[in-house]
Design a protein around this ligand. Structure first.
Ligand code: NIG
Ligand code: FE
Length: 393
């Protein structure tokens, strides 16, 4: 396999460190050597004898790994911006609107769903995302959830992104059903659904799927080879994050209502604490204790949570800027949007870092320093991107 080099004389963030925030910057000149789909070398210094052909010189552009959006709900139909407007006037978010999106989504044809989802994936890619997770969850019945998981794959066909799929049948309770009945339906669908998904997720909230139902779903899903992610402690503190840590979940996400006990347990666990700055800020119902989590040494990811109801923008540069508004340092936010997201998807070492052996997913930005992500809230754009070693141009 031929080797190629990308060179630059600005900043390159490898994200090599294990600690959230350890971006391990190299100030140029630097050389990044690719072979096939992988990175084989990253080093400071100028080109040397024996280095391969240079395919691109990115000059002073800031270079990072492709961004990792580890929590999205991009497959849906319909419009609930009237609900968003009502919340600006004081209405509370309860999750009840999810059923409106389910009705619109069930009515939409496969082609329409795949087309709309593909446009959202392309929007994420245009903002530097090279790995993305997409949840089902607006179908609820076994057949509809399978249809959504298939449509996600159709939508992603041929795009320069790693797309992971998550089964979220436990997202809402259909009318004339109960949480226990829906949990049973979710578990019954697992043998079929497991072939189409990488992970399982549960909206674990009192009144929806409580700790007991969540545990049942998680245990059945594990038996079918699906790793666990949870919507945890978003609206009420329920112990969901603690349950996720106990069950070895890849990630527990949202965390607006967690307390100091939960922070200590998460910091001591392997489970990634995923903060979703967009909905956390827009719902106005409590903010996650980000400084406590980061200072306690938890492994933290940030993600967009782009979905039909609470926050719609699949932009990781925006999530990074909003994370800073919540209290992250820029180093913590950049790491959480790359290496942290990789951990939240079970892809640690494979994506989200510019290190030998990792997928050669690279972005050179229209910025010279990562501070631009805080300065230009959502406005920083890729100038060059590579996916698995291939230029996207
Ligand atoms: O992660 N909280 C639950 N699920 C989504 C919102 C879904 C919706 O309201 O349509 C979330 O915020
Ligand atoms: Fe979500």
């Amino acid at each position: 396999m031929t080797r190629r080099a990308i060179v630059g004389r600005g900043r390159l963030l490898t994200m090599a460190g294990a600690r959230t925030g350890a971006t391990e910057a190299i100030d140029g000149p630097w050389v990044l050597v690719l072979e096939g789909e992988r990175i084989v070398e990253v080093r400071a210094g100028a080109l040397a004898t024996g280095d391969p052909e240079v395919v691109e010189d990115v000059g002073t552009a800031l270079v990072t790994p492709g961004l990792v959006d580890s929590h999205t709900h991009l497959i849906y139909a319909g419009d609930r911006s009237d609900e968003v407007a009502a919340r600006t006037r004081g209405a509370r978010y309860t999750g009840g609107g999810i059923l409106r999106t389910v009705a619109a989504t069930v009515d939409a044809g496969d082609d329409e769903l795949a087309r709309e989802t593909r446009l959202r994936l392309l929007a994420a890619h245009a903002r530097g995302t090279s790995t993305i997770e997409v949840k089902s969850g607006y179908g609820l019945s076994g057949t509809e959830e399978q249809r959504l998981l298939r449509c996600i794959a159709d939508a992603a066909e041929g795009l320069p992104m790693h797309v992971r799929r998550t089964y979220l049948g436990a997202h809402a309770v259909p009318q004339r059903s109960t949480p226990a009945q829906q949990a049973e339906a979710v578990m019954q669908a697992l043998p079929d659904v497991a072939k189409l998904a990488d992970h399982v997720d549960v909206f674990c909230e009192p009144g929806l799927f409580d700790l007991e139902l969540t545990r049942d779903i998680a245990v059945s899903a594990a038996a079918h080879g699906l790793s666990l992610k949870l919507h945890a402690d978003q609206l009420e503190r329920s112990g969901a994050a603690l349950l996720g840590a106990e069950l070895g979940a890849l990630s527990v996400d949202h965390l607006e209502q967690i307390d100091s006990t939960d922070v200590v347990a998460l910091a001591a666990s392997e489970t990634v604490a995923t903060i979703l700055p967009g909905p956390a800020l827009m719902l106005r119902a409590g903010l996650p204790p980000v400084r406590a989590l980061l200072d306690a040494g938890a492994t933290v990811a940030i993600a967009s949570d782009a979905n039909a109801g609470t926050f719609g923008e699949p932009s990781m540069p925006l999530a990074i800027g909003l994370a800073v508004a919540l209290g992250f340092t820029i180093d913590e936010a950049m790491w959480a949007a790359t290496a942290g997201g990789a951990g939240a998807l079970g892809l640690d070492g494979k994506v989200g870092r510019l290190l030998p052996g990792a997928s050669a997913d690279v972005v050179a930005w229209d910025a010279e320093h990562e501070g631009a992500f805080a300065h230009r809230l959502g406005g920083v754009r890729p100038l060059w991107t590579w996916f698995e070693g291939e230029s996207d141009d």
